[in-house]
Ligand binder design. Structure first.
Ligand SMILES: C[S@@+](CC[C@H](N)C(=O)[O-])C[C@H]1O[C@@H](n2cnc3c(N)ncnc32)[C@H](O)[C@@H]1O
Length: 250
């Protein structure tokens, strides 16, 4: 579940500043749906706080107390009300239903076993109000991407950032793909010139292949209504980078 990786919540926000078309997509969908919102794996609230700022009742659930503490700090700084819950998306009970449930930024891929994904989908199903929608995004595991996970440590220029406390931070990642488990096992290295490898943290993400995805959903009592391949709503095709899934109760 990446506990070590997500214990650096402030650095996470510097590395993945959020905003842009992803927020717009979830915002538009939450607005179309209306009513209450639940995000599972909400992290520091990059997607949820903007939805709550629109006046929607929002609950954010996450496993990491460090990510939740940062989310809480940012929401109160902006004067936005969100209920933050420490919990496990594999099995949770909040005692109420929601009109819009979402999981974004590959958070779902922290569940490696098929049984864990089904258990999560069942919990989502129990928390969906009548007519409610469940929307999530996961990457599309292309052969090229999996083959590139060759164990070599490489710099990710696009993720480099400036930490006000440390200066320029370089991000390097070494990944190998475990084809039996369908899991990409990565190690992330954060360095400055004066402080090499000040963070070394594992991060392991499962692949969900396009054909297994609707089957896993149906085992959880959910139905895939539509699958997009990008944030502008283009259909999902072989070359799409993302599987953006719109689901409802079966
Ligand atoms: C890639 S981050 C995404 C955070 C946020 N949704 C965003 O878009 O910035 C993944 C989040 O999932 C959380 N997570 C991982 N496994 C989880 C689990 N089993 N239950 C709840 N949260 C989990 C991590 O703690 C982390 O905050």
């Amino acid at each position: 579940m990446g506990e070590e990786f997500y214990s650096h919540a402030r650095l996470y926000d510097l590395m993945f500043p959020g905003g842009g078309p992803v927020v717009d997509f979830y915002r538009d969908n939450a607005e179309r749906q209306g009513g209450s919102v639940l995000e599972l794996g909400c992290g520091t609230g990059n997607k949820l706080i903007p939805l709550a700022a629109d006046g929607r009742p929002c609950v954010g659930l996450d496993f990491s107390s460090e990510m939740l503490a940062e989310a809480e700090r940012k929401a109160s700084e902006r004067g936005v009300a969100v209920e933050w819950v420490r919990g496990d998306m594999r099995e949770f009970e909040l005692g109420r239903t929601f009109d819009f449930v979402f999981i974004t930024a590959n958070s779902l891929l922290h569940l490696h076993e098929a049984s864990q994904l089904v258990s999560c989908f069942r919990a989502v199903r129990r928390h969906l109000a009548p007519g409610g929608r469940f929307v999530f995004d996961v990457f599309n595991p292309s052969m090229g991407m999996l083959a590139a996970a060759d164990g070599v440590r490489r710099t990710r220029d696009a993720l480099s950032f400036v930490d006000p406390d440390r200066g320029n931070v370089r991000v390097e990642v070494a990944e190998v793909y475990d084809a039996a488990a369908q899991v990409t096992r990565g190690t992330w290295y954060l360095s400055t010139d004066s402080e090499p490898d000040f963070v070394v943290a594992p991060l392991e993400l499962r692949s969900i292949f396009p054909q297994e995805l609707p089957l896993l959903l149906s085992l959880g009592g959910l139905r895939l209504v539509e699958r997009f391949g990008d944030w502008s709503g283009r259909p999902f095709t072989a070359n799409a980078q993302v599987q953006l899934c719109i689901c409802e109760s079966a």
